[in-house]
Design a protein around this ligand. Structure first.
Ligand SMILES: *Cc1c(COP(=O)(O)O)cnc(C)c1O
Length: 413
């Protein structure tokens, strides 16, 4: 049988191994020079003032929500924040960790992206919308929401914006001036967050990045990343002889250990060099899927089609290749289709069950007014049909054709 095609996988080459070996044989496995250099290279690549490398995308999201709480105008416990419904759990859970209340927003049933209109609807349905202070937007599958419209809406309400770009590393948005900006530059947002988990566009095994252009937030996030420990003399409360000692430090606010190791940062540095190559390969694979699905008959398209493109707002980073299948019309469950694909050596995945369906949200943190379970029709329609097909650097033309042919056969197109 031919090789197994997972829905996603890492691409590690000899340069990556050499980079990790360099870190492993250096004097520092952590808090060494690799992390600083990785961050500087990220700042250049993403055209942003501050990039912090941390040990997961979830840690990055926690730091981001907490940073939005800095200062008198910042978020406080009990404030509400708008979060996506079709996304990974972290953005919403980390907001809850910061004492924020969730307002789930619906999305386009054909690509899972939230629109400004979805947000207006969520606000209109919310009992105390005046408590809303921020919004988190996810760039699902590596496509982008209409950030220009969302930013206008956010600005007119005084909301802060987090971009959850865990899928979108390497993508480029068209800015307000018509120019291209790397995702991570925070052109339309206050803070952007990435994950460096193994299946993401580049990887450090586990890892994350948070970017912003705000000096105070960056300083605080650096403190919180490492237990809240301050080693900068200018910031000490106590100015005595001991404060001049190299071991001296102060803690003014509690922190975590969200540090990434130098071993991981070294891997991140060599992966970052290949980001544009990876993104181009993903774009080519996606384009091939698009061509193959475009040649299906009209009756076949009623059963199955590729997700809708969000054309015109930038260059997507095709993290996932999602096909939308009407499983009723096909006459098989999603589980059965996935199983049959698996038997043919093809891995698939669902991204995602609407997160408000999890008990944690539906009975607790995100509970709708009046205790009815939250149901958002766009999110339900998207999630009922979505299936992520294999897309990763190293997949070739034949692999893509094998996936499409298997799908055609299994769905009897
Ligand atoms: C992967 C992912 C995360 C979490 O990142 P980790 O590095 O796994 O903690 C959060 N949000 C989205 C949209 C993701 O895809």
């Amino acid at each position: 049988m031919s090789k197994f095609l997972p829905y996603s996988r890492q691409a590690i080459d000899e340069d990556d191994i050499a980079s990790v070996r360099r870190a492993l044989t250096s004097n520092f496995l952590t808090t060494g020079p690799e992390v600083k250099q990785f961050e500087q290279e990220l700042q250049t690549a993403l055209a942003v003032k501050h990039a912090l490398a941390v040990n997961s995308g979830t840690a990055a999201l926690h730091l981001a929500w907490r940073a939005l709480g800095v200062g008198v105008a910042g978020l406080t416990i009990g404030d509400k924040v708008i979060v996506p419904s079709v996304t990974f759990l972290s953005a919403a859970v980390m907001a809850v960790l910061e004492g924020l209340e969730l307002v789930f927003v619906d999305c386009d049933p054909d690509n899972g992206l939230m629109s400004a209109q979805n947000i207006r609807d969520a606000v209109a349905n919310d009992g105390d919308a005046n408590k809303i202070k921020a919004i988190c937007v996810v760039h699902l599958n590596g496509q982008f929401a209409d950030m220009a419209e969302i930013k206008k809406l956010a600005d007119s309400n005084g909301w802060k914006i987090i971009e959850d770009a865990c899928h979108a590393m390497g993508g480029k948005q068209i800015g307000m001036d018509g120019r291209y900006y790397p995702i991570g530059a925070c052109h339309y947002s206050d803070i952007t967050v990435f994950s460096l988990h193994a299946v993401k566009n580049i990887t450090t095994g586990e890892g994350g990045i948070v970017t912003c252009n705000n000096d105070e937030w960056a300083m605080k996030m650096r403190d919180w990343r490492s237990h809240g420990m301050i080693r900068d003399r200018d910031r000490f409360d106590i100015q005595h002889l001991e404060a001049n000692a190299s071991w001296y430090h102060e803690m003014h606010e509690w922190g975590m250990n969200y540090r990434i190791s130098d071993i991981q940062a070294a891997l991140g540095r060599s992966q970052l060099k290949k980001l544009s190559k990876f993104i181009q390969a993903r774009a080519d694979i996606f384009a091939l899927y698009r061509d193959l699905f475009a040649s299906l008959s009209e009756s076949a398209c009623e059963k199955l089609q590729l997700l809708k493109l969000a054309d015109g707002n930038g260059i997507a980073a095709w993290h996932l290749a999602v096909v939308l299948i009407d499983f009723n019309k096909v006459g098989k469950t999603r589980g059965a289709v996935m199983q049959e694909l698996h038997e043919q050596g093809i891995g698939t995945q669902l991204h995602y069950l609407p997160i408000y369906r999890h008990r944690f949200f539906n009975e607790g943190a995100g509970k709708s007014e009046g205790n009815e379970p939250i149901i958002l029709s766009g999110a339900e329609t998207y999630a009922r049909r979505a299936l992520s097909l294999p897309i990763f650097y190293g997949m070739n033309r034949d692999d893509v054709m094998r996936v499409v042919n298997a799908l055609k056969q299994i769905c009897r197109l």
